[in-house]
Design a binder for this molecule. Structure first.
Ligand SMILES: Cc1cc2nc3c(=O)[nH]c(=O)nc-3n(C[C@H](O)[C@H](O)[C@H](O)COP(=O)(O)O)c2cc1C
Length: 72
């Protein structure tokens, strides 16, 4: 994750909050991001989320719908 995201996560209390990670990538998927999120927000409910390949983003309607479903 970019350092600005770590700073954001460290600046607020995410205890009890649901976090649904999503990103585009070109092969690395989430990398370490989900583990890093869990460490930065140990009392948050960090879900598995969805990583979408950038080249397929324009046709990723189903994956995006899955993210929206997780928010309900
Ligand atoms: C500087 C930079 C380095 C990146 N390195 C990687 C990488 O090593 N592996 C990867 O899967 N995605 C990497 N990405 C992300 C993808 O390039 C990007 O998410 C994907 O092409 C979709 O394009 P978008 O950023 O326009 O959504 C990188 C992005 C940037 C800006």
């Amino acid at each position: 994750m970019p350092m600005a995201v770590f700073t954001f996560l460290e600046s607020y209390d995410f205890s009890g909050k649901k976090i649904i990670p999503f990103c585009t990538h070109e092969g690395s998927g989430f990398g370490h991001s989900v583990e890093d999120l869990k460490k930065a927000c140990p009392r948050a409910d960090v879900r598995q989320g969805v990583a979408i390949r950038g080249g397929s983003a324009a046709t990723a309607d189903k994956e995006v719908a899955r993210i929206v479903d997780m928010m309900k």
